[in-house]
Design a protein around this ligand. Structure first.
Ligand code: PHE
Length: 458
């Protein structure tokens, strides 16, 4: 182990901004609205919030505590805590699964981030005269292009690398403390605009009136998977951010703030988007194309669309960048601490490797070079990576992490780390030991059954 000095956040505020920046991302503004749309609105939203607070937040507390206790990258953190507790160093694998998961996610996350950057430009040029056909064709032609999305993906990755290479305080912290307030300001502006000019009542109805019939087993897993994805759990990001956390910061309080801000942004994004969708008679269940194919139609018609459109995509870009830096950081901290190479060299290397892996996701888009290559009955390369990370690595990683914290680390160690009242500790400990692993496992089995076993049995 080469000894690089492990960094620290300069304040609680910087940490909260970084963690909220990691949490708030494409998951909130891109995935949440369309999965809520597909999942029947209010019922999905309720379940999502329930998962965020009953299961996600206790996991967030656990993962932050592990990070701060270990004071290293996820692999070394898991190993050193396991050793300290007299457990097998095989637990280090959990650190690995996070790092690998984060690497896979950033490879396609950056591609979508690149689409967003390209759409800032497209939106600024205006979507005048866009109807559903034109808007769909524009997007599909763009993602089928072998070159343009790759250039944009490269640009997005370069921004991420540029920030991460400057280090925790000089890069991450500086970026998030400027970008997060900017994100919030844009979001509030867009929401007010939507509320005033759009079909706000209908949007409220859609987002908050539960339709439990639409909530099938796979939608339930979607909600759980999304709550984990959205809180950045089990991917090493939160563990790494926790490892930079000063000892005097209260973890449970911070975790509740982070989860609250994260779900607030998801709901606000919904309230910015759906009034527009309904006002222009568009389809709220438009899937992953919602922000790229549906919204441009509205931007093309609305007053000030050339301003609101680019602002919206800028919002998305900011959210994506503050998350992608947290996806790059776990791998960077590991290689840096393992090899002692300079941070710049490590960051550029990993960033470039993730960029290369991401090009496959682009080539795998319908109509692109590898567009005919599909897996498991129609999944694109990007779908496979998304499925594998979101529905497999993440729930399993989270489940084992909870088992580790709840059953393999001493109660005293966790009490030291959390420093909360006895009663609250007991509630948290109960959730972590029993409720979280069982709930995650149940939903995980359910999805495996729905997507693998049942189709095989016909
Ligand atoms: N939470 C981020 C989002 O919602 C994505 C993310 C997942 C970031 C896992 C880091 C780790 O977009």
């Amino acid at each position: 182990m080469a000894g690089t000095q492990h960094a620290q956040w300069s304040s609680r505020w910087a940490f909260i901004m970084a963690a909220v920046g990691s949490a708030v991302g494409l998951g909130n503004i891109w995935k949440f609205p369309y999965e809520a749309g597909e999942g029947g609105g209010g019922a999905f939203v309720l379940l999502y919030l329930l998962f965020v607070f009953i299961i996600g937040t206790p996991c967030l507390i656990a993962e932050l505590s592990l990070g701060r206790r270990g004071q290293k990258n996820p692999v070394y953190t898991m190993k050193s805590i396991a050793t300290e507790e007299g457990r097998s160093t095989m637990w280090g694998l959990l650190g690995w699964s996070g790092i690998v998961g984060a690497f896979i996610i950033i490879s396609f996350y950056s591609l979508v981030g690149g689409w967003v950057l390209a759409y800032i430009v497209k939106a600024a040029m205006g979507f005048g005269g866009f109807d559903a056909a034109k808007s769909t064709e524009t997007f599909l032609t763009f993602i089928a292009d072998p070159v343009q999305p790759i250039v944009a993906h490269f640009a997005f990755m370069a921004i991420t690398v540029g920030i991460v290479a400057r280090g925790v305080q000089g890069g991450l912290e500086k970026a998030v403390t400027v970008l997060m307030p900017a994100l919030f300001a844009i979001l509030v502006m867009l929401m007010i605009y939507s509320a005033v000019t759009g079909a706000f009542g209908e949007a409220l109805n859609f987002l908050f009136r539960p339709n439990f019939h639409a909530l099938t087993g796979d939608k339930i897993l979607n909600a759980l998977g999304l709550s984990f994805f959205s809180l950045s759990l089990a991917m090493g990001s939160i563990m790494t951010y926790g490892s930079y956390l000063p000892k005097d910061v209260n973890i449970p309080k911070s975790a509740i703030t982070i989860a609250g801000a994260d779900s607030a942004v998801a709901l606000m994004a919904g309230l910015a988007i759906f009034p527009i969708v309904f006002a222009y008679g568009l389809n709220p269940g438009g899937g992953g194309g919602l922000v790229f194919m549906t919204l441009p139609i509205a931007f093309g018609q609305m007053p000030m669309g050339e301003i609101i459109g680019p602002l919206f995509f800028a919002l998305l870009a900011v959210a994506a960048i503050t998350s992608s830096i947290s996806l790059l950081e776990p791998g960077v901290s590991y290689i840096e601490e393992r090899t002692g190479w300079s941070r710049k060299k490590v960051t550029a290397t990993i960033g470039f490797a993730a960029f290369l892996l991401g090009t496959l996701s682009s080539f795998g888009q319908p109509g692109n070079l590898l567009g005919d290559l599909t897996f498991f009955g129609g999944m694109t390369i990007m779908d496979v990576k998304d499925y594998f990370t979101n529905n497999i690595i993440m729930p399993l990683g989270a489940m084992f992490m909870m088992i580790f914290v709840g059953w393999f680390v001493s109660r005293k160690a966790m009490m030291d780390e959390l420093a909360i009242e006895d009663k609250n500790f007991r509630i948290w400990y109960f959730l972590v030991r029993f409720i979280c692993p069982v709930a995650i496992f149940a939903v995980f089995v359910n999805i495996i059954y729905d997507t693998i076993i049942q189709p095989m049995m016909g």
